[in-house]
Structures are given as structure tokens and as C-alpha cells.
Design a protein around this ligand. Sequence first.
Ligand code: BV8
Ligand code: ZN
Length: 250
Amino acid sequence: MVFDEKLLDCISQARHVVVFTGAGVSAESGIPTFRDAQTGLWTEYDAATLASPEGFRADPALVWGWYEWRRMKVLQAKPNPAHLTIAELAEKVPRLTLVTQNVDDLHERAGSDNPIHLHGCLHRPRCFACAKPFDYPPGIPEEPEGGRRLEPPRCVHCGGYIRPGVVWFGESLPEEAWNAAQQAAQHCDLLFSIGTSSLVWPAAQLPETAARNGAAIVQINPEPTALDRTARFNLRGKAGDILPALLEAL
Ligand code: BV8
Ligand code: ZN
């Protein structure tokens, strides 16, 4: 794979790189991306309905079953070359801030230290009523029986339902994470947008913020997205193929 010399110069001269990832970086680990998370058990449900407080209130067992299914897939998955290369890139540039929309822990398991999770994390459930954290029993949950519904556990402190530790549609992003991500986008000189459809807000704003501060935007995605017009380099293809070749070329 041949890369534009200007791209390679851009990366080697960068002082502060932001890597912004979406579900596409976990696709090659076998985790369905958010949209095609509708494969298998969830074809007839709209994900945004399941990933919302209203959806949870309306049918806690359905939503909890969906998240347990996704958590089980993450526990069975392994980081792929995209995650591993992003962790290696951090050793090659003076400063790298990793911001992810993903709720899996594959970046951490690939060796990236403290990625900023804009949309929370599957492994940190909490009480829907009193927000106290809940600890999963050890081990991998068996396939939710009936493949669909699973009664959520109850909070030991107040008896409320335990909910996934993610940010749902209509919920605001964790303040600290969002501020840190905006700070990084405002001060970086290069931002990689990898495996995101750039559809979900306000996360999708980050590359625009970086571009406004003069940073070069590099997008890696097999499909075109709304970010194409802002990106200085559009690398069409899978992150697991492009990133290792790019690191090789550096
Ligand atoms: C908020 C956790 C308000 C849950 C998630 C109209 C216009 C603008 C905004 C809105 C609007 N209507 C509503 C809104 C707001 C809404 C929103 O953005 N809706 C969208 C759908 C229009 N946003 C919110 O509600 C946010 N909160 O606005 O709060 C507020 C403000 C102040 C005070 C109080 C309240 C909260 C949004 C967070 C939602 N939670 N995740 C969960 O995971 O279950 S978002 C969810 O979607 C995931 O995080 C996922 O990451 C994300 C989808 O985005 P992607 O990561 O990009 O994944 P996707 O499947 O879409 O795309 C994958 C890409 O990978 C594709 O492009 C594909 O081509 C590519 N790909 C595939 N394979 C590969 C690959 N790339 C590389 N390599 C490969 N191998
Ligand atoms: Zn509680």
C-alpha cells in the first residue's frame, strides 16, 4: 500500500495527534457496528430506541438483554490490528490523545492507556435510580435465554434497576470526557477519524473543531462519510489493513 508523501510528513511532524474512533475499529474484532448491530437477534428493533432511557423504561429486560448480548461478544472478542497499531502509534509521536465513541474495552486491551470514552463503557454498569456502580458477577454471561430478554439485576442500595454504563441517545456526554476531548481537538495538529460514520452528535463535531484550529484531518473508512469534504486525506479501506501499512511506511 503506497501513501502520499505529504501524509507521511504530516504524521512525522505532528506534535500532538488525536485519534478519534468509532464502531468501525472494532468491526474486525467481530463486534457488529452500531448500525449492523441489527444483525442476528435485533433485526426488527431500532438501535436508537434500545439505546435510550425511554427504551429502557418501556422494557428493561429487552434493553438489558441486548447489552448483555453485546457485552458477551466483547468478552469473547480480541483487539484487532487497528487497535494494536493505534497503541503502537502512541509510542511514535510526541503526544497522542485517544478519543473513542465505543463502549467496548478493546483499545485498553490493545495497550492504549486511558482512552477518553465519550459514550461510556459497557463494563461500568450503574443503578438507574441512584447511579451507584454495580459489579458484574465474574465470568461470561451465557447467551441471554430466549436470546432476547434478561431481567436487569437490582441495586443493593436502593432496589432500582441496574442499567448499562453507556450514554444513551438524549443523554448528555460525561462532562469531563467531553471537555478533555474538545481540548485535545482544539490543540492538536493532526486528527485521525477512524471507523465512524460521523453521524452521532456532539462527538461528530470533534474533527470539525480540529480542522477549525488548523489541524490536518485523516479519515480511514471503507465508505464515504459527511467528513469527506473536511478531511485532507481520505484513506478508503479497513482500519485493520490501512493502519499497520501506514505505521510500516512511517
Ligand atoms: C445528546 C452508547 C443532548 C450506546 C451511543 C439531529 C441532529 C443532530 C443531533 C441529533 C438529532 N437528533 C438527535 C440528536 C442527538 C443525538 C444524535 O446524535 N442522534 C443521531 C442519531 C442523529 N445525540 C445524542 O442524543 C447524544 N446526546 O445530544 O444529548 C443533551 C445535550 C445537553 C444536555 C442534555 C442532553 C448522545 C449520543 C450518544 C448515543 N450513544 N453509544 C450504545 O453503544 O449502545 S452512540 C452509538 O452510535 C455508538 O457509540 C456508536 O459508536 C455510535 C455510532 O457511530 P459509529 O461509531 O460511527 O458507528 P456506525 O455503526 O454508525 O458507523 C461505523 C463506521 O465504521 C461506518 O462508517 C463504517 O463504514 C465504518 N467501518 C465498518 N467497518 C470498518 C469501518 N471503518 C474502518 N474499518 C473497518 N473495518
Ligand atoms: Zn440504586
